[in-house]
Design a binder for this molecule. Structure first.
Ligand code: APR
Ligand code: PHB
Length: 394
């Protein structure tokens, strides 16, 4: 592979090469728009991160249109439903019957690898270990990205900058405080996840609500499982030896499921905090935010990645309309249109978290959960509403 030279001038400078930045780079390159992607971490680090793994049909269609769905089509799992368990009571949501759709289980880690491979194949301007330190002249016609590349301070002049640098990035923080509002809520809990090479306990995901806290049985493949349990906010992975994790998981699942659990050594264990954050607007001058750089949702319902991909599809077509056809309306509407979808996902993941988590252990909240679950069991309309949101129709 030829040695990459950092360009001085591009149409779109992309900060961050997570799924959002990588997909945006592919869609723009496909449209003949020059871009650069600058990623702080190494390729190995980006490819090794363990994240969620459920794709909405719209996400799969988008990836297919971007030409990065070949391995996904071969290796992903088609899930026509999922289960919610409250103690021993179990409700299967039949997505196909309720919505005519299914979801696709394929790890974000695998998707990230596929996106990077597609860029390497086309020799894209994708730079790892190139941290962006500051953004300049966001209000001017040619904003600039200041980054570090091979030990040197460099600047890239752009027409637009896409902030795809996640929650801890520099893009959102570059917007002046008076031009931005942040809406957020915290949940007094975290998710402790464990990945292991044992067959999943069930063919479909099980979201379990229990007085001791939430648990989720998920998977990556027929031989790789991903399990989560809700833990207190101040707990650390070191508080949870693997044997304690398995015991606690089993206690929170219906007995039949717990008895079928196949345990095995952990490939990875980590804790993710639960929070909802939305930064508005998504545009400041010539800076546009997408994905986790603009919003975070709790993992219940797996909306984070799907939302990031939606932002990127909208942003790519808005940039293309402007840069290729001088048509400004989609870019002008980007923030409001994307935020309308973002708030739907924020609302759904907030609701689904409150339905299934113990959180502060409030007895009133527990009674409401019971009432809500009873209504779900009794009402096809309520199941349909949940299923529509889960598969990403509304
Ligand atoms: N310079 C360059 N890169 C940066 C900088 C910086 N200053 N700050 C952060 N980054 C990089 C991070 O290292 C990371 O690789 O930006 C990338 C952001 O990627 P993600 O956090 O994965 O965010 P995004 O691409 O929006 O993906 C959407 O959906 O399931 C959720 O949170 C999950 O990652 C997932 C997200
Ligand atoms: C996962 O498999 O990591 C996963 C699945 C479903 C969720 C969240 C995470 O709602």
């Amino acid at each position: 592979m030829s040695e990459l030279t950092l360009p001085d001038r591009v149409q779109v400078g992309i900060v961050g090469a997570g799924p959002a930045g990588l997909l945006l780079g592919l869609l723009l390159a496909e449209a003949g728009i020059s871009c650069v992607m600058l990623e702080r971490q190494s390729r190995a680090h980006v490819e090794g991160r363990i994240r969620a793994g459920v794709l909405e049909p719209g996400s799969v269609d988008l990836l297919a249109r971007a030409g990065v769905a070949a391995r996904l089509a071969r290796e992903s799992l088609r899930h026509a439903g999922a289960e919610i368990a409250f103690g021993e009571r179990r409700l299967r949501l039949d997505f196909e019957q309720l919505t005519g759709q299914h979801v696709t289980v394929y790890g974000q880690t695998e998707l990230t690898r596929d996106l990077i491979a597609a860029h390497l194949a086309r020799e894209s301007a994708l730079f790892f270990e190139a941290p962006v330190e500051a953004l300049h002249d966001l209000d001017a016609a040619h904003p600039q990205i200041e980054c570090l590349w091979q030990g040197e301070q460099r600047r890239v002049v752009c027409d637009f900058i896409a902030g795809c640098d996640g929650y801890h990035g520099v893009a959102r923080a570059s917007i002046p405080a008076q031009a931005r509002r942040e809406f957020s809520t915290r949940y007094p809990a975290g998710w402790l996840g464990l990945l292991c090479d044992t067959p999943p306990v069930a063919n479909e995901l099980i979201y379990a609500r229990h007085a001791r806290g939430f648990a989720l049985c998920s998977m990556r493949s027929p031989t790789r499982s991903r399990y989560y349990i809700e833990v207190a906010e101040d707990e650390a992975v070191s508080d949870w030896p693997e044997s304690r994790f398995w015991e606690e998981l089993a206690r929170r699942l219906p007995a039949e499921v717990a008895n079928a659990l196949v345990t095995g050594p952990a490939l990875e264990m980590s804790i993710a905090p639960l929070r909802s954050v939305v930064s508005e607007p998504l545009r400041h001058g010539r800076l546009l935010l997408a994905g986790d750089a603009a919003h975070i949702v709790p993992p219940t319902g797996a909306k984070g990645l799907n939302l990031a991909l939606r932002d990127v599809a909208r942003l790519a077509s808005a940039l293309q309309a402007f840069l290729r056809a001088d048509h400004e309306a989609p870019l002008r509407d980007y923030s409001a249109a994307a935020l309308a979808e973002v708030w739907q996902a924020v609302r759904f993941s907030w609701w689904f978290t409150h339905l299934t988590h113990r959180l502060a252990g409030d007895e009133f909240a527990a009674r409401l959960q019971e009432a809500e679950f009873a209504q779900l069991c009794a009402s096809r309309a309520a199941q349909q509403a949940l299923a529509e949101q889960y598969v990403g129709l509304r």
